[in-house]
Design a binder for this molecule. Structure first.
Ligand SMILES: [Zn+2]
Ligand SMILES: [Zn+2]
Length: 419
């Protein structure tokens, strides 16, 4: 039997719990459908947290202040939103975030993650400069190419003269409506039988190393001075950094898809380079691809230096010893025509279940592991290569602190001869 005083206390507890439940219900209004247990689970755990750190005398006020803090939170739009969880959950996450930001990535943290030559090849990296001089045919203007958007052959023309392409900017995916399976596009939800949603110029994309080399020559990153160089020249100071994170934005040109913005941050996430890139002599813009590149005509008007000058600037803080971090970094290195062998790639660090060539989008990894939303704007605020390179660096920090330890890589040992 529950006695009189106990009954009063029990009623009070229940009333408090109900109060918490009601406020979590309001807070989670947009995510409850997908996460039906959140409201009751978090209300129970929140009550427990309050109970454990208060006394009979302070309990009531502690619950009230906890409710006040729930009411102050912004309404979450996903389960990984920072407003989701008990006060204890949020404090734990804040502590983790603080630890993450405090971690200064060093060469020894990163060395186990550096891709081997085999991994680089497997992931589509270009590991040596293709044969020949390169750069002898910067533009394909006037030649026939297959359009990346509509798959039709077209004549390559600069944007002022370009013929119109009708296409979907999104990808097709299988969806089921009323039990019927259909292929619909992510951009407009129209089916493959309906008219495409977007109009713009035909564009093309090349990926063969030889084709890329012909447009603009590949070259190795600047050679790091060897130890003996240091002994002979006492004044030698190399300005290269140990670790950088790098991201590029690309646009369509008469010379294929080309780099139009390069951003680099150091191992603390501080921006060290962010420049727009001018197209090479004789290469003209077909489409700025603003939806994906974030690059506008106003931005491009600020592009003063061509790729070769940008590469020289990058030399001042990247040499062959620098560990370069990126997400699907082979694309960035290709567009920079840079051959580099000390790469850390978050697309490889956080492998997709299906294995290569499948990989997770940066946006999804950041949301899952850091609880942050990037590339959310769409349109002109879609991508920022500075934001993306910082996010990539934070993912590496997260992996170093919380991820599975990388398998030790066996050094290549020459085969033993049988006795
Ligand atoms: Zn569409
Ligand atoms: Zn087309």
């Amino acid at each position: 039997m529950i006695g009189g005083e106990d009954r009063i206390i029990l009623n009070k507890l229940q009333a408090m719990l109900k109060n918490l439940f009601d406020h979590f219900k309001v807070l989670y209004q947009d995510i409850s459908e997908k996460n039906p247990h959140f409201v009751s689970e978090h209300a129970l755990r929140q009550e427990e947290e309050v109970y454990n750190k208060s006394s009979k005398l302070t309990y009531r006020n502690a619950v009230i202040s906890s409710i006040a803090s729930i009411k102050r939170r912004s309404i979450p739009d996903s389960a990984s939103h920072p407003s989701v969880g008990t006060e204890g959950d949020i404090a734990t996450r804040e502590e983790e975030r603080r630890k993450l930001q405090a971690l200064r990535l060093s060469v020894s943290h990163l060395e186990p993650y550096i891709l081997t030559l085999d991994e680089m090849k497997q992931w589509g990296y270009i590991v040596e400069v293709p044969p020949g001089e390169g750069g002898d045919q910067p533009s394909a203007e006037g030649s026939i190419k297959k359009c990346e958007r509509c798959n039709q052959p077209f004549m390559v023309k600069r944007r002022e003269e370009a013929d119109e392409c009708v296409f979907h900017w999104g990808k097709p995916f299988s969806s089921k409506t009323n039990g019927e399976k259909r292929r619909v596009f992510t951009c407009c939800s129209r089916t493959t039988d309906e008219d495409p949603c977007s109009r713009g110029p035909h564009v093309f994309y090349e990926k063969d190393p030889e084709d890329l080399h012909r447009r603009h020559a590949f070259s190795y990153t600047r050679q790091a001075p060897s130890a003996t160089d240091g002994e002979t020249s006492s004044v030698h100071i190399d300005t290269a950094l140990d670790v950088v994170a790098l991201d590029c934005e690309m646009i369509y040109s008469t010379g294929g898809m080309r780099v139009a913005r390069v951003s680099v941050v150091d191992s603390t996430g501080k921006e060290v380079f962010d420049e727009f890139v001018r197209m090479d002599e004789g290469v003209y813009i077909i489409d700025l691809n603003t939806r994906f590149s974030g690059i506008t005509d106003e931005n491009y008007a600020m592009a003063l230096l061509p790729l070769s000058s940008i590469r020289k600037s990058l030399d001042s803080f990247i040499n062959s010893d620098t560990i370069v971090i990126g997400h699907a970094l082979e694309n960035d290195l290709k567009t920079l025509r840079m051959v580099h062998h000390r790469c850390v790639d978050t697309a490889v660090m956080f492998p997709h279940r299906a294995g290569p060539p499948y990989r997770h989008a940066l946006r999804n990894l950041v949301k899952e592991h850091l609880g942050k939303t990037i590339q959310a704007g769409g349109g002109t605020v879609g991508h920022s290569s500075v934001e993306d390179s910082i996010a990539t660096l934070d993912l590496v920090r997260w992996h170093v602190l919380n991820g599975p330890k990388p398998k030790p890589k066996l050094p290549a040992v020459p085969e033993k001869l049988d006795e």
